[in-house]
Every structure is written in structure tokens, then in C-alpha cells.
Design a protein. Structure first.
Length: 104
């Protein structure tokens, strides 16, 4: 796969992750969409393969961070926040387990 195809694939993956992570939050969805598009547009003319690889690594790290670390919260009243974790964030947490397994 060529480098341009990899960049496009990362762009699409970031947008899919954004849609999953910020589901039902129009303001966060739009802010994330704008940020992703701005970052890709600002580096559109980059020609250095080394710099492109570095930017791709940053983009992949951001996607992983969003997918594995962000949990939505909903304000239910003045001092209460209800957390809404996605199913892919729920892993079994057994004491002394070296490798957590996915919940089914």
C-alpha cells in the first residue's frame, strides 16, 4: 500500500473512531471533525517521508487513545455525571490476571 493510501486510511479511521467515541454528542463530534480536518490540511503539502511517518504515528496514537481511553459523561443534574462506557472499553478486571480478556 502506498503512503498516500495509508494517510487516507488513517484519516478515515480517525473519523470512524470519532463517530463511535463521541456518539450522540453533536458539539464534540463537530469539534473533533474540524480538528482532524485541520491537522490533515495543514500537513497536506508535506513531502518528507520521515516527517509523514512521524505524523502518521501521531495520528495512530491519537486514534488509539480516543478508542481506549475516552468515556462519555452525561450531566444528569447539577452535581451528577453519568458515565457511559462503550462495550469495547469494558474488559474483565480479575486480580492478578496478566492479560485482561474482553467481556462478551
Amino acid at each position: 500500500m502506498g503512503q498516500a493510501a495509508k494517510v487516507l486510511q488513517l484519516f478515515k479511521t480517525l473519523h470512524r473512531t470519532r463517530q463511535q467515541v463521541f456518539k450522540n454528542d453533536a458539539r464534540a463530534l463537530e469539534a473533533a471533525r474540524i480538528k482532524i480536518n485541520e491537522e490533515f490540511k495543514s500537513n497536506k503539502s508535506e513531502t518528507s517521508p520521515k516527517k509523514i511517518e512521524e505524523l502518521m504515528k501521531i495520528g495512530s496514537d491519537v486514534e488509539l487513545l480516543l478508542r481506549t481511553s475516552v468515556i462519555q459523561g452525561i450531566h444528569t443534574d447539577h452535581n451528577t455525571l453519568k458515565l457511559v462506557p462503550r462495550k469495547d472499553l469494558l474488559v474483565e478486571n480479575v486480580p492478578y490476571c496478566d492479560v485482561p480478556t474482553q467481556k462478551q
